[in-house]
Write a protein that binds this ligand. Structure first.
Ligand code: ADP
Ligand code: MG
Length: 242
């Protein structure tokens, strides 16, 4: 990115963070987190907030089908656990029905005030699910994490860590040092993942963490790693206390 593009991105990120602060929130919504990361050069699915079913249908029409609807809530963190994620919605009727189901599921799980509408985004092309994250270490400052999605991270703790700032060789090495790396090289006829695209995301996250020390925690879970690029379909950012 050129310097002016980087500056415009940084301004946009500051705006998004300020809006959350003004609303008294440390936790950004999926829509806000993706907007901030997108402005920082991280590939994310374009994702918009809909306050009602008709608005969700209108946005879906603009983005193009098939789309995904997800619950927006300050209190629900694992959206799919409560029935808050609906994939493969092919038309307006499917979007309208999914909106109603997500609203009912959110209200049943966490109360009426927990439902803040839905996010609408296109279905992303399939790929291997990888995870990237950032946490603030009291001693080392921001630390980046990389792993493969699902049980590999949760149960086997098969992840790699690097302290920010990352050099290009750090990004290349951390991807290759997880046990599950052969999965990304392609197995059983699956094409290899675009490792350069994953490295570029790690480097963009490193810059993002350096430029914005007010980010306490961030998660991209998952990023879909294809043979031709990689796109984050879920994002979470927590800001430091005001
Ligand atoms: P949560 O982690 O809060 O349960 P996610 O946003 O990660 O919710 O969605 C759950 C799963 O749905 C993801 O792990 C991914 O497999 C799939 N998914 C989410 N968004 C998309 C998308 N835009 N395109 C394709 N698959 C998606
Ligand atoms: Mg997720």
């Amino acid at each position: 990115m050129s310097d002016s593009a980087t500056e415009a991105g940084t301004d946009r990120v500051a705006e998004i963070f300020a809006a959350a602060r003004d609303a008294g929130r440390q936790l950004l919504s999926e829509v806000e987190a993706k907007a901030a990361l997108g402005a920082a050069g991280v590939p994310v699915t374009p994702t918009r907030l809909a306050a009602g079913a008709a608005e969700a249908v209108a946005i879906a029409g603009e983005l193009g089908y098939p789309v995904v609807l997800k619950v927006v809530s300050d209190t629900i963190t694992h959206k799919s656990d409560i029935g808050g994620v609906e994939l493969h919605l092919d038309d307006a009727a499917a979007v309208e029905a999914a909106y109603g189901r997500i609203r009912a599921a959110a209200e049943a799980a966490a109360g009426a005030e927990a439902f803040g509408g839905v996010s609408v985004q296109p279905m992303a092309a399939p790929g291997a699910e990888v995870i990237m994250g950032m946490t603030q270490d009291p001693q080392f400052g921001p630390v980046l994490m990389f792993g493969l999605g699902g049980v590999l991270v949760e149960v086997l703790k098969d992840v790699a860590f690097r302290v920010v700032p990352l050099e290009p060789h750090d990004a290349a090495e951390m991807i290759r040092e997880i046990q599950a790396f052969p999965v990304l090289e392609g197995y059983r006829g699956a094409p290899p993942a675009d490792l350069a695209a994953l490295e570029a995301i790690l480097l963009a996250l490193s810059e993002f963490a350096e430029a914005h020390p007010e980010v306490q925690e961030l998660d991209l879970n998952p990023i879909l790693a294809r043979h031709d690029g990689a796109t984050a379909v879920d994002a979470r950012i927590v800001l430091t206390p005001a």
